[in-house]
Design a protein around this ligand. Sequence first.
Ligand SMILES: [Zn+2]
Length: 131
Amino acid sequence: MSAGKRELLCSKCCKRVSYHIFKRPAKTIIKDIEIEYEEYYGLCDECQSEIYVPGLDDRNEDVIEEEFRKKKDLITISDIKKILEKYNVEKRPLSKLLGFGELTITRYIDGQFLQLNTQIFYLKYQEMSKR
Ligand SMILES: [Zn+2]
């Protein structure tokens, strides 16, 4: 048994082949913002053409998202998590307390693009702390 041997279908070779994953600089535009990032991609070991690797797109999206948040000065997921831990609150109540929709923070942590920027977040947060 070839357990652990990773093979995928190459559309050029028309068979299952071994492959390797590489990184290359890439650019994309999201909401008029140019994002530069390191893109992961797979190459067929036999014909050296690009091969579809399951899960790789997700990895690339995570990288793009992190860069996007940095560029837009959006609050990062780890920042929100720190607040949740510090005040020992759940995502939904915090979201409502801050005047967002009940699921806004949940969605943000799940990685959906939302216009929840650092400034708005902290303004609302300060407001809340005064009460
Ligand atoms: Zn191939």
